[in-house]
Write a protein that binds this ligand. Structure first.
Ligand SMILES: [Zn+2]
Length: 334
């Protein structure tokens, strides 16, 4: 048996029509992919981040096809998944062993034996089927359709970032980058007791913020007065960090969301971090079940961020579609 899969071999991205079926380990589910969303993280994986080879894709909605019984052991009973076959699901992209020192310290998201869907030691979801631990899966309510459910990973990432921000005395927060993640991020952060604005380049995308009543500015129009308490870098460019360092106040915080393929990385002068005592931190992945609650209760507008509706068979053009100016979140049916 073989299947269709969007793969990278380290040189090029292509649709492979004879990719081997997933081989689930104990406790893992085989998920039949219904829809994937394509983003900068997939472009970074395709561009050689973490020397990834294999099936791309990390944001999905799928139907559980089968679940391998978990190994017997004390962790198994405590963590038994409630997921069953035939259920429609989304999922967390990082796996954990549950037994290493970091997992034992409560840092399962940073397990020493971690795999990451479509990025690190695990084939991704841009295929007819893929494997992921059943514990990573979250059921999609019937009232949420696939087009909205596939945003769960984006929203989870924004919730994670919101948790990393200390909200005291209505801080000034700037989100850099008006791509799909920036547009999700600014909606989630606008729910904090903070003054939040988005900075971008696209009139179309800034216009979506206008509709939401969220403050926004064109990047060419902003003063660089080093007065922001927090700057969240959601750009997919090396310039994002440089701009963030100009905008953040002394002893302020920069949270970096962007990931770049090796070819787009270049050296950046980090001396402002030292001189102005800036905190620079990263943010990755997040709580998918909370994200699904936000989608279900319509607390976030994702419909306005749906971009081109494509097919898995469109192959490598899926990645190219994400780089077009004004692009919103590209989705592909499998
Ligand atoms: Zn571990």
């Amino acid at each position: 048996m073989s299947m269709r899969a969007l793969i990278t071999d380290g040189q090029e991205v292509r649709l492979d029509r004879n990719w081997p079926e997933p081989d689930p380990k104990p406790g893992e589910a085989v998920v039949a992919t219904r829809r994937v969303a394509i983003s900068g993280l997939d472009r970074a994986a395709a561009g050689g981040l973490l020397s990834f080879r294999g099936v791309l894709g990390h944001a999905f909605v799928g139907t559980v096809q089968s679940i391998e019984p978990a190994d017997a052991g004390p962790m198994t009973a405590a963590n038994r998944s409630k997921i069953e076959a035939e259920q429609r699901v989304v999922g967390s992209i990082c796996t954990s062993c549950g037994t290493c020192d970091l997992c034992q310290k409560g840092l399962r998201a940073h397990c020493r034996h971690q795999t990451i869907l479509g990025l690190h030691h695990r084939d991704g979801c841009a295929a007819e089927r893929f494997a992921l631990p059943a514990l990573n899966l979250v059921r999609v309510p019937e009232t949420v359709d696939d087009e909205r459910a596939v945003f769960a990973h984006d929203i989870a990432a924004a919730i994670q970032t919101a948790r990393q921000i200390t909200v005291e005395g209505k801080p000034y927060i700037t989100v850099l980058g008006d791509g799909p993640l920036g547009l999700i991020m600014v909606q989630v952060l606008a729910r904090l007791n903070a003054s939040v604005r988005l900075i971008g380049h696209s009139a179309r995308r800034l216009g979506i913020c206008e509709k939401w009543g969220i403050k926004h500015r064109h990047a060419d129009e902003i003063g660089r007065r080093a007065d922001q308490d927090v700057v969240v870098d959601c750009t997919d460019s090396p310039e994002g960090l440089e701009l963030a360092m100009q905008l953040v106040r002394p002893r302020g915080t920069i949270i970096r969301k962007c990931v770049l393929p090796p070819s787009a990385q270049r050296s950046v002068d980090l001396s402002p971090i030292t001189r102005r005592e800036i905190t620079l931190t990263g943010s990755f992945d997040g709580p998918v079940s909370e994200a699904m609650h936000m989608i279900e209760r319509e607390e976030i507008d994702v419909v306005s961020i749906i971009g081109r509706r494509m097919k898995l068979d469109d192959g490598e053009t899926l990645l190219r579609a994400t780089t077009q100016p004004d692009a919103l979140r590209v989705q592909a049916e499998v």
